[in-house]
Structure formats: C-alpha cells, structure tokens
Design a protein around this ligand. Sequence first.
Ligand SMILES: NC(=O)c1ccc[n+]([C@@H]2O[C@H](COP(=O)([O-])OP(=O)(O)OC[C@H]3O[C@@H](n4cnc5c(N)ncnc54)[C@H](O)[C@@H]3O)[C@@H](O)[C@H]2O)c1
Ligand SMILES: CCCCC[C@H](O)/C=C/C=C\C/C=C\C/C=C\CCCC(=O)O
Length: 258
Amino acid sequence: MDVSGKGVFLTGGARGIGRGMTEALLAKGAKVLFCDLIADLGKAAEADLQKQYGADNVVFRQCDVTDGDQLKGEKFGAVDICVNNAGIMDERVWEKMLAINTTAQIRGSQLALDHMRRDRGGRGGLIINTVSLAGVFPSYFFPVYNASKHAMIGYTTSWAKNPKMGEMGVKWRCLCPNAVNTNLLVFEENQVYDGDKFLEWIKPRMLEPEEVVEAFMKLIQEEEGDGVIYGVFKGLGGVFKKRRLVDADGESNPIVVD
Ligand SMILES: NC(=O)c1ccc[n+]([C@@H]2O[C@H](COP(=O)([O-])OP(=O)(O)OC[C@H]3O[C@@H](n4cnc5c(N)ncnc54)[C@H](O)[C@@H]3O)[C@@H](O)[C@H]2O)c1
Ligand SMILES: CCCCC[C@H](O)/C=C/C=C\C/C=C\C/C=C\CCCC(=O)O
C-alpha cells in the first residue's frame, strides 16, 4: 500500500520498534495517531515528530490497550492502516502479558476491521500485528510470551483466509522479528527462564530497531502477500528479504525463501 496521505493508528509507539515505525510512516507522508501507556515518553515523541512532520500529521494519546473503552475511544478519524504493536515480555505477570500481547491485539484488530470493512461502508485497509519469531518457533525461555505470539499468528492468518475478505477489502499481515535491541530485552531475574542463556543465544542474532522498521515498511508497501508471516532475522541469508515461513519443522532450514 502507498502510505502517503493514509491514516494510521499504531499502539506502543512511544519507544522501541513502534517509535521507529511511527517516524518511518510519517516520512512517507502518512498521518499517524499513536498511543502508549507511558505518557511522558509519548508526549516527548509527539513534540519531536510534530516539529519535523507537522502538528496536523502526528498525534499522541495516552492509552492502556487492555482497557477496551480507551482503545475504542481513540478510534479512529479515518484509519486505513492499524498497527497493533504494543507488547511486553514478563513471565511473572503472564495473565497481564496475555491481556496486552493477545487480547488487546485481537480487540484492536476487531475494532479496525469493523471500521474498515468496505461491505459495511468503510474504505478498506490493512491490519498489521507485531508478533515475533517466538510466534513461529518454540522457545523455552518464555513459554507464555511464546503462546501469546503463537495465538496472534493463528488469529491474523485465519482472518486473512476468510473467503469474504476480498469483499471486506481488508488485508492482514504478521511482522515476526527475532530479538531486537529495545527495552523489551532489559529484564529482571525470573522475567524469563535462563535469561543468561537466552542473551548468549541472541547476541550474534540481535537486530537493531531500524532493521525491523525497514522490513516493516517493505511489508506495508507491498501489494502482494495477504496473510503473510513476515520473518525478520539475521543469519539465514539476510535481514531484509521477503520470506514466507512455510515449514517450521527444524532449526537448520525452517524457512523457505519465496
Ligand atoms: N524487542 C524484541 O526482541 C522483540 C522481538 C520480536 C517482537 N517484538 C514485539 O515488538 C513489539 C514492540 O516491542 P519493543 O521491542 O519495541 O518493546 P518496547 O518495550 O520498547 O516498546 C513496547 C511499547 O509498548 C508499550 N506498552 C506496553 N504495555 C502497554 C499497554 N498496556 N498499553 C499501551 N502501550 C503499552 C510500552 O510502553 C512501550 O512503549 C511488542 O509486541 C514485542 O512483543 C519485540
Ligand atoms: C526477554 C526477551 C524477549 C524477546 C522476545 C522476542 O519476541 C524475541 C524472540 C526471539 C526469539 C525466540 C524465538 C525462537 C527461538 C528459537 C530457538 C531458540 C533455541 C535456543 C536454544 O534452545 O538454545
């Protein structure tokens, strides 16, 4: 989709990957309403971005995505693209994690679908859920996080397969990065299992947020690829290539390039 002039609603945009996504969308001419739980970071990001891209083009709202009314209340001038990106990683508060990573992403998707459906007077659109490579492969370091992300792959790709989706005019995509150098990877003891081992495993594979944002922009701008699960990772032939995950039965070559 050409994002120029399009309306975007994005969650978890105050920092990390979501902050980068917001800026990249603005740079391509989109108008972005982004929300986050952390008001001071969000407002600072808004001030920076408004200076660069104009106050009419980017707005921040404080919002807890687990509060259905707040999410609904912020919706939506005219939204062409919805990015459900807010997420946490903390096995100690696993129910809260499911509420943010899964329930809220599903709620955001449902609200966006209702808003966008062409067959009910909307103008169509694109829904992107930030998932994770942990939504595709098992990882014993964080079982509930993993489950929360597997659920979003199932949910997103299932909607994409709905035979009436063409009529509804809505496209669905999952963005699945490997570990990214953001606050999510700053964790305390017991937040994950064997955290030291995870960090050791991840060190040579770690992505920078900009790499994920670049992949996100490719995913968003491509016309093809409905329901695609878009992996972003190092070490299997490059970070930015479009890949469709079609075979997850082994670590050696689980991914087939299109
Ligand atoms: N960092 C990684 O290794 C990695 C890898 C793959 C996928 N992801 C996913 O990417 C997404 C973004 O994570 P990130 O790495 O940028 O982390 P981050 O912590 O930098 O950003 C996440 C943002 O979500 C916000 N948020 C959390 N709970 C919220 C709530 N209840 N309501 C509103 N906003 C809330 C946070 O305040 C934060 O600004 C998450 O869904 C995460 O699971 C991250
Ligand atoms: C606290 C870290 C949270 C990071 C979450 C993020 O979404 C990253 C996920 C990255 C990778 C997890 C996915 C798959 C791991 C697959 C295999 C690991 C095998 C390692 C081993 O067994 O030695």
